[in-house]
Design a binder for this molecule. Structure first.
Ligand SMILES: Nc1nc2c(ncn2[C@@H]2O[C@H](COP(=O)(O)OP(=O)(O)O)[C@@H](O)[C@H]2O)c(=O)[nH]1
Ligand SMILES: [Mg+2]
Length: 413
């Protein structure tokens, strides 16, 4: 069920029953009292959430995170529901995780562990797999230093035997260190190749648009609606990890652009994962235009948009022009519906951006979105003429590992 457990029941086909726990520290406002997102994360990782507990505290308890009284309550709940694991909405320190496992008698995962598990299960491309493995090893390495309970379980179940000896830990840690080093080298090579491909694309002068947004906002569904492709869209978090790119025709003046569906962002995305996925996320930063897709029906719409802006900033994409798409407007009550389907709003950085309300599912607003896109592309091309397409560059004819296709942009002045 989580990266700290051996091949789990979930991967064998029957989901692990899990109790979800979230702690409301009452300050940053990012807390989701419904735990819906954690439930969706758990389901995406193959777990079956059977109960939810929200705990209020001023500060985390150093040993048991929720304090021993609450830990006892959770234990009772675990027993009455027959749960096999407990998932925390926040990041636990390795010591807290271990203490909680001892206290509760079942395996304990945190949000980071669950996200890493999902990424590990979904990574498709060579690069994606390398990136996820790197992030997981880095997560594990910090735990090993303080004797991660994973090893104890491997050697015979929680609490049955003592942990592995210090010598074993030291050995494992060194092996992990070496593996991390070799992974980094391999990733470095792959990234260099990507850089070359990107330059080739730049020479071809394709206008690049990337879909970005909170996970589950409907990016893949919108991608499919726009290019009539079939990218995986699912009510699961991180169904898409690897970038998919297709040509999108926007009419005679704007011409053909390349549209990329990318991995979604999520609150508390493990920092190591952002770092590891830098190359993938970089694709967003390199786009000429970002199509920022938001779930307009979500009660956490603003928090989610803020989080997306924060990650964009982190990957150096804060200055890339945006077009905002408020998706899922079929789910809005009449009173929530906008008066006009296209308007202008101001972003956190002061930039004024177009906003279009659509339903990727019903198709409502998609034509207006195409028009807004075509307008934006035309304006951008006028503002900054693209390098002339090097149609005869032999490299542009070579089949690229990158799924994007060469589209000489020859239609605009
Ligand atoms: N009601 C409704 N659901 C949508 C819409 N667009 C996407 N969805 C659903 O939202 C979920 C997530 O969609 P997906 O495209 O995979 O999101 P992504 O993670 O941003 O790529 C799926 O269950 C979609 O069917 C929409 O316009 N209306
Ligand atoms: Mg997707």
């Amino acid at each position: 069920m989580n990266s700290s457990s051996p091949p789990s029941a979930a991967s064998a086909g029957n989901a692990t029953r899990a109790v979800l726990v979230g702690v409301d520290f009452g300050k940053d406002g990012g807390f989701d009292p419904t735990l819906d997102e954690l439930a969706l994360l758990a389901q995406s990782a193959g777990d079956d959430p059977v109960a939810r507990v929200v705990v209020r505290r001023k500060a985390p308890d150093a040993a048991l995170f929720v304090g021993s009284g609450k830990a006892d309550e959770i234990k009772t709940l675990v027993q009455s529901t027959g749960a096999q694991g407990v998932i925390f909405d926040q990041a636990l320190s390795p010591a807290q995780q271990r203490n909680l496992e001892r206290h509760l008698g079942v395996s304990v995962a945190d949000r980071t562990g669950v996200i890493l598990d999902i990424f590990a299960a979904r990574a498709q491309s060579h690069e994606g797999k390398l990136q996820v493995e790197l992030a997981r090893l880095q997560y594990m390495a910090t735990r090993l230093v303080r004797r991660w309970s994973h090893l104890e379980r491997q050697s015979g179940g929680i609490g049955l035997r003592g942990g592995p000896g210090e010598a074993q830990i030291e050995l494992d840690r060194r092996m992990i260190g070496e593996r991390i080093k070799s992974l980094k080298e391999r990733l470095h090579k792959v990234k260099r190749q990507r850089g070359t491909q990107r330059k080739a694309r730049e020479r071809r002068g394709t206008f690049g648009i990337s879909l970005v947004g909170y996970t589950n906002a409907g990016k893949s569904t919108l991608f499919n609606a726009l290019v009539k492709a079939r990218a995986l869209a699912a009510d699961q978090l991180f169904a898409t990890l690897d970038t998919t790119t297709r040509a999108l025709w926007l009419g005679d003046e704007a011409g053909s652009v390349s549209l990329s569906d990318t991995v979604g962002f999520i609150r508390d995305l493990p920092h190591k994962l952002v770092e590891a996925f830098q190359a993938t996320l970089q694709e967003a930063a390199d786009a000429d235009l970002l199509l920022h897709v938001a779930d307009a029906s979500s009660p956490l719409l603003l928090e989610q948009s803020t989080e997306v802006e924060r990650v964009l900033d982190e990957i150096g994409a804060a200055q890339v022009p945006q077009l905002l798409v408020y998706n899922k407007c079929d789910l809005l009550a009449d009173s929530q519906r906008p008066r006009r389907n296209v308007d202008w709003v101001e972003r956190a950085n002061g930039q004024r951006v177009r906003r279009v309300f659509v339903s990727a599912r019903s198709g409502e607003g998609i034509d207006a979105l195409r028009e807004a896109l075509a307008d934006t592309v035309r304006e951008r091309l006028k503002a900054a003429p693209a390098p002339s397409p090097a149609a005869h560059d032999p490299r542009s004819l070579a089949p690229a590992a990158d799924p994007s296709l060469p589209f000489p942009r020859s239609h605009h002045a």
